[in-house]
Write a protein that binds this ligand. Structure first.
Ligand code: NAP
Length: 410
């Protein structure tokens, strides 16, 4: 596995982590940013605010500079509402200042959708320079806005903190190229690589520290659905909601339990176990012995007989449709049984791995989860724990392809 870390220190799939955990600001060993990168960094901080509410649109950030001062910024509003550039533009009274520089984490859109194209905000001869983090993977834009801006004589720089901007848009990049959802795997392991205490399975093992919870809960807010295995639900009964580092207009993810052997149906107190957990939940069980009594808000569907990671994802999509939801991204949160199935079949786009620096069982886990065929995207010390994010080589290739579209343009 490659040891190269693709993102700059501090940046991750949810943006700049020290912005979530300020104690990390001092320990993040980062090279100084250029003036253009500093402006893009402000835009990235804005984009972080939009990651939940903008779904299935990309959460984009925009920052406007005049002389030395940042005079406006904006983040994508709720789905169907204003895009980041328009929010910044409107806050300036409906015009960008003459000779300003506008940084946007994603190329301004060129298409008429729920909103008019952002491209039309950049009238000829007003803005001096436009900084673009990443080319819009949507074929209705994909380089068109950059080209149009250059044709009208505006200076455009593409790829400013480009990888860092792309890392925040990975589910959107996937959605623009394939119909299956983006798949992220996430787990926390002890220093000796256990996900639970093998000798005390009925006691929940505390692995990560409170700062890591902040990151984990922000992570939950960027996905459409969170998925766990039946054993995890029975043993831990996690609520799977996002409760820390809450974003404005938060959309809680849909929660899904995979239970091919219908282990839940054998629990005599099943309805009571759900009673203090807010709905809705999707329970995907085997064809035999579905639970007789389910509380309102728990939707039951059957899994196919020939169970593999592909069919699990398909079943999640179908079940979500019955709730009127479309699933563009899923976060598989464990346990090791379920995660192992996805790792073995290489069916993942990204892995978020948290490893404790202190918590340990006392012996190495012989069955530790191995991440093969992937590239290290980010790596950082969160204080109590180490965060490593990995990306599949196929997805990284896609990112590079999109970046290369920008080269002849910018
Ligand atoms: N540290 C962490 O990040 C973390 C996260 C979550 C959970 N955990 C811990 O993990 C433990 C539970 O883990 P676990 O491995 O026992 O169970 P699990 O991952 O919660 O459940 C495994 C699930 O995968 C199902 N499965 C088996 N084969 C499958 C296939 N081919 N396709 C799809 N699904 C399939 C299993 O069904 P069958 O019933 O048919 O086997 C079961 O429902 C708990 O102690 C929990 O605390 C730790």
């Amino acid at each position: 596995m490659s040891q190269v870390v693709l993102l700059r220190p501090g940046y991750s799939t949810v943006g700049f982590v020290p912005n979530l955990i300020p104690e990390l600001l001092q320990s993040t060993d980062s090279s100084p940013l250029s003036p253009d990168e500093s402006l893009m960094h402000v835009a990235i901080l804005q984009a972080m605010q939009a990651l939940s509410r903008a779904r299935p649109n990309p959460g984009v950030g925009c920052a406007v500079q005049l002389g030395e001062a940042v005079v406006a910024f904006g983040a994508t509003e709720k789905y169907r509402l204003r895009h980041a550039e328009r929010v910044a533009f409107d806050s300036l009274g409906g015009e960008f200042p003459k000779e300003s520089t506008v940084a946007t984490t994603l190329e301004p859109c060129a298409k008429h959708g729920n909103q008019p194209p952002c491209l039309e905000l950049f009238r000829e001869g007003i803005v001096d320079r436009v900084l673009v983090g990443f080319i819009d993977p949507d074929t209705r834009t994909r380089g068109k806005s950059v080209r149009a801006l250059m044709t009208q004589g505006t200076e455009v720089r593409v790829g400013v903190l480009g990888k860092e901007c792309a890392a925040m848009q990975l589910p959107f990049i996937v959605a623009m190229g394939r119909k299956e959802p983006f798949i992220a795997l996430k787990w926390a392991e002890t220093k000796d690589r256990h996900l639970f205490h093998p000798d005390h399975r009925d006691t929940r093992l505390r692995i990560t520290g409170p700062r890591t919870d902040i990151f984990s809960h922000r992570l939950r807010q960027r996905y459409d659905a969170i998925v766990i295995g039946a054993n995890t639900w029975i043993q831990d009964r996690p609520s799977l909601t996002a409760r820390h580092a809450l974003l404005p207009d938060l959309r809680q993810p849909l929660r899904v339990i995979i239970d091919p052997k219908n282990l839940l149906s054998h629990l005599p107190d099943l309805p009571e176990r759900f009673s203090d957990l807010s709905p809705p939940w999707i329970l995907l069980g085997g064809e035999r012995s579905p639970p007789g009594r389910l509380p309102p808000g728990v939707h039951y569907s059957t899994l196919p007989g020939n169970l593999d990671s592909d069919s699990v994802i398909h079943a999640i999509q179908e079940a979500a449709k019955t709730l009127g939801q479309s699933i563009q991204s899923v976060l598989i949160e464990g346990g090791p049984g379920l995660l192992g199935i996805f790792l073995k079949s290489h069916l993942f786009d990204v892995v978020h791995r948290l490893r404790s620096k202190a918590a340990q069982v006392g012996r190495l886990n012989p069955d530790f989860l191995e991440i093969n065929r992937s590239v290290r995207l980010s790596s950082m010390d969160l204080g109590d724990d180490l965060l490593d994010e990995f990306i599949s080589p196929e997805l990284w290739l896609k990112v590079e392809e999109l970046q290369s579209i920008a080269q002849p343009l910018g």
